[in-house]
Design a protein around this ligand. Structure first.
Ligand code: ZN
Length: 343
């Protein structure tokens, strides 16, 4: 089968579309004919690699996928060949104490498809049946693939871990990026009072307003820390979503009101930094981290997607042969939504 792979870690030159063996489903897995896959920034980090990441090579890229069941493992029930399905990209064992409690994204064997395991930029993939969500005919494979990783991540962080409530104010650091745009939509749906978004690209800020942001701040023109201080009458906001890290954390902590929560699922500007701990205890702040989300969160957020209440932004859909071009665009940052690939 054709797949987008790399044979060694490095830059975009290492990526190519080539023939690899078709996988076979284990007893609890299905073989999925992938009809759409989508990129995340995670794919570029996995390609670059890091010291503790030891992958069998070649590695098939892509954490987002959706497709039609082509074969069933021996123990799979409740599904039939030909069924359409969206895929939660979080691997869990289904047996450890975390999995038993429904906290399967804390699983002892936690992994992400496309990161630690083969991904979905291929004609076929194998995946445990418990990761699948029935995909209605009314929803395209591209929509399901574009939504999977970012919406389950944003939902779990904002609603479940962050306990975001109707009537609260929220500040989101960064107008682009799939998780941030998903967070804007989910905060709107949850009844946010005021949604503030900080960014540097006017087109992305306009898109944020279209998605439901009330106030956007261009950090090229405005000191957003001072802006927030004034806009909230020196009180600050209930929740800040900061997936930037090193460059913004201190300002994010200052922008929170007493008892506020800083939510984080990543750190695009670097993982290690200093901050003033007096903000944490003096203002009774919480820093709440999470990664991906449990199967239950995936099911909830997909229901909202299937009913049209959440809608991923798709920039372009490419055939598999042009997936390397899409990756170049992702690296250059010249993207206004998800880059989808149809194998
Ligand atoms: Zn487990």
């Amino acid at each position: 089968m054709q797949a987008l792979v790399f044979y060694q870690h490095g830059g975009l030159d290492e990526v190519k579309v080539t023939d690899v063996p078709e996988p076979e489903p284990a007893a609890d897995e299905v073989l999925l004919r992938i009809h759409a896959a989508a990129f995340n920034r995670l794919d570029l980090w996995v390609l670059a690699g890091w010291p503790s990441l030891k992958l069998p090579l070649p590695h098939i890229m892509g954490s987002d996928g959706a497709g039609r069941i082509a074969a069933l493992g021996a123990n799979v029930t409740g599904w039939q060949v030909g069924d359409r399905a969206a895929v939660n990209p979080t691997f869990s064992c289904g047996r450890c104490s975390f999995c038993q409690r429904g906290q399967d994204n804390l699983c002892d064997q936690f992994a992400i498809y496309g990161e630690h395991r083969p991904g979905f930029m291929a004609e076929y993939a194998v995946i445990p049946a418990r990761n699948l969500q029935p995909l209605p005919e009314s929803v395209s494979y591209a929509t399901a693939a574009a939504a999977s990783l970012v919406y389950v991540t944003a939902w779990h962080s904002l609603i479940e871990r962050g306990r975001f409530q109707a009537g609260e104010d929220i500040l989101i650091i960064g107008a682009g990026g799939g998780v941030n745009t998903a967070t804007i939509q989910i905060a709107r749906l949850a009844g946010a009072k005021t949604i503030y978004v900080v960014g540097s690209d006017e087109a992305k800020l306009a898109q944020a307003r279209d998605l439901g942001a009330d106030v956007t701040i261009n950090r090229q023109e405005e000191d957003w820390g001072k802006f927030m201080f004034k806009a909230t009458h020196r009180r600050g906001v209930d929740v800040v979503v900061d997936n930037v890290g090193a460059a913004t954390y201190s300002s994010s902590l200052r922008a929170l009101k007493k008892g506020g929560r800083l939510l984080t699922v990543g750190n695009t500007s670097g993982p290690k930094f200093e901050f003033d701990n007096r903000y944490i205890f003096g203002k009774h702040l919480e820093i709440i981290g999470s990664t991906m989300g449990p199967m239950t969160a995936y099911a909830k957020v997909m229901e909202l997607l299937f009913s049209g209440r959440l809608q991923p932004i798709i920039d372009t859909i490419y055939p598999l042969a042009e997936a390397p071009t899409a990756l170049h665009r992702l690296q250059n940052g010249d993207v206004r939504g998800k880059l989808v690939v149809e194998p």
